[in-house]
Design a protein around this ligand. Structure first.
Ligand code: SF4
Ligand code: SF4
Length: 274
């Protein structure tokens, strides 16, 4: 994304719209985008209405009114001159948009945004089976984002254990080899609003995973949110809460799947033996 300086009047309406703080008013009193910070989420381009006022007369009018202590300020959701300009993105920068713009489907999943349906659809996908613990590690947030070099560090640490990365996940797709967890070299310096890594282990290996994630997160230049998914027992109780709390973490149920989903991938019916 960039600002067309021939159009911009420096009203600063676009500055608070950017979730990454990438837009600022430069010394020439016109807006600029810090392309290193910009994650190509398109919020500025899509989120603001456009009025195609001519730059020179509008700037002149603003300056004149300012001289008389008066203001001409467009409504806050408007770029009065249509100066916010979308770039033709090329690889690997396209990755920024794929992960940060919820309206762009990811090639690996066909789903917009940064991940898969995760465990929210476990009712029908059965990704997490009994005795398994599924992990989601969410890197980045608005305001800070996440570089793939940080994601790479955690992936490589986890790959050295029994962790099995979810093959449909768009972060896994970026690995040169899911056995090493190494993310391809050409995307390491790309930044996204956030992305989600998914893997699973046996429940007995869960404490080790928690320790690894906690250790690696301390070296990252971003924030991380960790989720664990398990199947409840027949009474609806989870079997890991006490274990997690004993390791010094807070644990609470954030989401509950009721098991009411329609199974679209039926398991083979076992043969009835007489
Ligand atoms: S909203 Fe438009 S005219 Fe105003 S500072 Fe931003 S790019 Fe420039
Ligand atoms: S595309 Fe997104 S991150 Fe980039 S300048 Fe616009 S709002 Fe900010």
């Amino acid at each position: 994304m960039h600002i067309d300086k021939k159009k911009c009047i420096g009203c600063a309406n676009c500055v608070p719209v950017c979730p990454m703080g990438a837009i600022y008013i430069a010394q020439d009193r016109l807006a600029e985008v810090n392309s290193e910070v910009c994650v190509e989420c398109q919020a500025c381009y899509r989120g603001m209405s456009v009025e195609n006022l001519p730059q020179q007369p509008t700037r002149f009018l603003r300056g004149l009114l300012a001289f008389f202590k008066l203001r001409f300020q467009p409504d806050p959701d408007i770029c009065p001159t249509g100066a916010i300009t979308r770039d033709e993105l090329v690889w690997p920068r396209t990755l920024r948009r794929t992960f940060s713009d919820p309206l762009v489907p990811h090639e690996s999943t066909g789903i917009g945004g940064r991940g898969t349906m995760e465990v929210k659809t476990n009712d029908v996908t059965e990704r997490i089976k009994e005795g398994e613990a599924g992990f989601t590690v969410e890197f980045g947030r608005p305001g800070i984002g996440a570089y793939f070099r940080d994601v790479d560090r955690v992936c490589r640490a986890l790959a050295a254990t029994a962790a099995v990365f979810e093959p449909e996940n768009p972060v896994t797709v970026l690995m040169t080899d899911a056995k090493t967890g190494k993310i391809r070299e050409d995307v390491l310096n790309e930044k996204v609003l956030s992305c989600i890594l998914e893997f699973k282990v046996k429940i007995t290996e869960m404490p080790e995973m928690l320790k690894i994630v906690e250790r690696e997160v301390n070296h990252l230049d971003t924030v991380v949110a960790l989720g664990i998914a398990i199947r409840c027992d027949a009474e609806g109780n989870d079997t890991v809460r006490k274990q997690i709390e004993a390791l010094g973490f807070d644990a609470w149920r954030g989401k509950l799947n009721m098991g009411l989903g329609r199974r679209t991938n039926p398991q083979p019916v076992p043969e009835v033996k007489s």
